[in-house]
Design a binder for this molecule. Structure first.
Ligand code: AMP
Length: 471
């Protein structure tokens, strides 16, 4: 299928052509005609599927087909995103795809000065891309009037709810023209009960569009687990990056502190690394991302929120240095690789403390992830599982300022982790249980022979170890 057959105008086709896109992605094929027809949609599509163009192109076409009559231009399309980075990326897409149309857009998010944003809003705009908190700040200061919004997009709605934005979203909705005259487009990678409730309130007889099965990960991503002791994760990561000669790898940690520390340690190992998380200034985050994109930084260490929505073309490797507390985050994390038709590899370094988290993820994916034991990094079976600590100031899912309204699911989830004693007992039982025998998916990968701490593999021990990591 070609872009020409979707009903897009010549100006938009030209902009798409300049991007070098040959054919629309599945979400674009499905969403564009429906949005052009003025219908609401509820789309299950994660970042990397081309969803941004999927809503931006028809949105621009609809606005352009019906030019504003009034003198001052008030926003007619509003795109809400959970993070600053995603807002910036969507804003850039609006600019790119709309470059041959006489429409104006602005991006507003927190962490930067209000004044330049106020200036832009005063000059008049057609498309406003915003994070909810900063948008409400502008509303409260009467810098923006949302009464003319014809099209609302909630991008990565699941993440907005995870970040505790539901109240802000409700406030924004109350400022928009009544549902019925407004077109609503909801995008979400996952469909929790909360999302369904929001959709029921917001959407008007929506078309359901799905491009991948719910809560599944993109097909082109090869995923596997390296069982490894917690204390040796960093060493294994450095080894993988070096021995496999990875040039660009995105690494996830659970905490901001952990991200900083890991980036520093990798630096000491001679790998150029930067950390990106909610405590960093917007400038530092933008710089780190830009350095990573242009190859000046080889390893970008990120927390979930900072990495949300990052659009990095052809990112070949994603590593979960620590598994996320919330299984859905695994889907989001690995969505950073294998984007728009490229191959990708997602590797999780899993220690004994994380077995429950791994099982939760496998349950969500409805499949077992292959386990690969790296020679020289075999798990020490005498190490007992300990409860997972999520940092002192456990706001792992929040950002500074208004975004610090998280429902604290990380904490809740951590609190559900069994106590170490009962957990050890459970693990003991599983170790000796024949039904947990090592699954055939595990295979040995060769590691560095020169590792100073290399321990020789012990076949019986490997069996035990692997059984721990099988569901
Ligand atoms: P998104 O899911 O919107 O974040 O898009 C992911 C990436 O896919 C972006 O880098 C887009 O530039 C790219 N992209 C979007 N549509 C297409 C297409 N039809 N063909 C190739 N790449 C695309």
């Amino acid at each position: 299928m070609s872009f020409d057959s979707l009903g897009l105008s010549a100006e938009l086709l030209r902009a798409v052509g300049e991007q070098g896109y040959n054919e629309p992605t599945p979400i674009q094929q499905k969403a564009i005609p429906v949005i052009l027809a003025g219908k609401d949609i509820m789309a299950g599509a994660q970042t990397g599927t081309g969803k941004t163009a999927g809503f931006t192109l028809p949105l621009l076409q609809r606005l352009n087909a019906n030019p504003t009559q009034s003198g001052h231009r008030l926003p007619r399309a509003l795109v809400l995103t959970p993070t600053r980075e995603l807002a910036a990326q969507v804003g850039a897409s609006v600019e790119t795809y709309g470059r041959f149309l006489p429409l104006r857009s602005a991006v507003i998010f927190g962490g930067v000065k209000m004044n330049p944003q106020i200036e832009k809003l005063r000059r008049g705009i057609d498309v406003l891309v915003a994070t909810p908190g900063r948008l409400l700040d502008h509303v409260n200061q009467r810098n923006v009037d949302l009464s003319q919004v014809e099209i609302l997009v909630l991008d990565e709605a699941d993440r907005m709810l995870d970040m505790g934005f539901i109240h802000d979203i409700r406030k924004v909705l109350a400022l928009l023209p009544k549902n019925g005259v407004r077109q609503n487009l909801l995008f979400s990678a996952t469909f929790s009960e909360d999302i369904k409730q929001l959709a029921a309130r917001l959407l008007n007889r929506p078309e359901l569009i799905e491009v991948a099965r719910r809560n599944t990960t993109a097909e082109r991503i090869e995923q596997f687990v390296h069982p490894v002791d917690k204390s040796r994760k960093r060493e294994l990561l450095s080894h993988l990056i070096g021995s496999e000669n990875w040039r660009q790898v995105l690494v996830f940690t659970r905490t901001k502190h952990g991200a900083n520390r890991l980036a520093q340690q990798l630096g000491k190992d001679g790998l150029s690394a930067a950390a990106i998380h909610g405590n960093k200034s917007q400038g530092a985050r933008t710089r780190a991302l830009a350095d990573f994109k242009r190859g000046a930084v080889r390893v970008l260490v990120a927390t979930d929120i900072a990495a949300r929505g990052l659009d990095i073309d052809q990112l070949p490797h994603v590593v979960n240095f620590e598994l996320p507390n919330v299984p859905e985050d695994y889907v989001h994390r690995i969505g950073r690789t294998g984007r728009a038709g490229n191959e990708g590899e997602a590797i999780s370094l899993v220690c004994v403390d994380e077995i429950k988290l791994l099982r939760d993820i496998e349950r969500l994916l409805q499949r077992e992830l292959p386990k690969r034991i790296m020679e020289g990094y075999e798990v020490d079976p005498s190490i007992r599982a300990e409860p997972i600590r999520n940092g002192q100031n456990n706001k792992a899912r929040t950002q500074p300022g208004r975004q610090a309204k998280s429902r604290g699911r990380s904490q809740a989830s951590a609190n559900r982790m069994p106590k170490s004693n009962s957990r050890s007992t459970e693990l003991e039982r599983k170790r000796t249980s024949p039904k947990n025998a090592y699954k055939s998916t595990a295979r040995k990968s060769s590691g560095s022979q020169s590792q100073s701490r290399k321990r020789h593999s012990h076949s019986g021990r490997d069996q035990e170890t692997a059984s721990l990591f099988s569901s």
